[in-house]
Design a protein around this ligand. Sequence first.
Ligand SMILES: Cc1ncc(COP(=O)(O)O)c(C=O)c1O
Length: 380
Amino acid sequence: MKNFYPEQYIRDNNYQINHNYLKEQFSDCDEILLKIKEVINNSDYTLGKSVDEVESLIAKECQTKYAIGVGSGTDALMLSLKVLGVGPGDEVITSTYTFYATVGAIVTAGAKPIFCDCKEDYNIDVDKIESKISAKTKAIIPIHWTGKPCDMIRLKEISQKFTIPIVEDACHALQAEYFGQRCGSFGDLGCFSFHPLKNLNVWGDGGIIVTDNKSYSDQLKLIRNHGLIDRDTCLQFSYNSRLDTIQAVVAKHLIENKLLHITKTRIENAKLYDQFLTDIPEINVQKRLPHNKEVFHLYTFQAKQRNKLASYLQEKGIDAKIHYPIPMHMQPAAKRFNYKKGDFPVAEKLCASTISLPVHEYVKKEAIYYISNLIKEFFK
Ligand SMILES: Cc1ncc(COP(=O)(O)O)c(C=O)c1O
């Protein structure tokens, strides 16, 4: 099996309007490189000042007391489960409509994923969670899919009623809000990813966990760094998943200079799509709720003849993508959990009918108009 090479992005860049925007976004990399030079001059390579600064900035962003930088969004989820004491023999409830990492983190922590269907809004169906709870349930992981907040009021009610903690998979949802409160700050722990295609993206991998719980924060700081309290004292044999200091420099630069613009532009672009696409009867544009601030990691909708529409747009130079065609319970990796087709009909329907369009800050308004017209043409 080969490692990923830049070709994966170059191939995408054959489209005129692309999902991937990394070249444009980091065309001003000189400023960041100067800041990285400082790290090198100070030999400040592991954790250190830049990681501290990002943690403070993200805690402030998320309105939480603590933030703990780790190696990736996947590690953020897995380490969160670890501090909750989740391990072999335990069950964790999550939506089958998610990215592999949510389930991977549960399985890596040693627990069994218990899948739940989602609603038409792509988020976990809160009305179906209670029937999945057993004596073995040790956590619930809702995913704010594409940056659309889950029903956190109901989720908190369930969490309190059964004393089961919530770990928010907020990897798509930095700066998203539910009734004015930031996603990631509702659960016992909230997890974010800095992967290159996330709204806040670094030059490789990175992630962060937010929490108001000091004990969780202290434990996370231990277990992300071999359990060390100093160079010679290990309190708990554990793991190495530090947020890389060089990636922290990139993250800090983006938080301070670009994050607001990134979020604002994605929201504006999505609004335009909504406006242009709403009248097309073959398309199901998502309902926007006034108490939600969605941040549009992706712009998705359901469409009739989805696969044909995707190919048609791709032929016209538009990087229309499918996120994702197969729900988690139908993945080969989930075979041992004995789910079958038909177990989660809403997620299965969404996987068969959903399409995503480029929505990032480099998609021009004219491009949105152009893409929307192409879609209208297609259905004529
Ligand atoms: C919903 C969701 N959760 C978790 C992750 C994992 O993040 P990372 O790639 O930083 O490990 C991703 C990454 O794409 C994701 O989409």
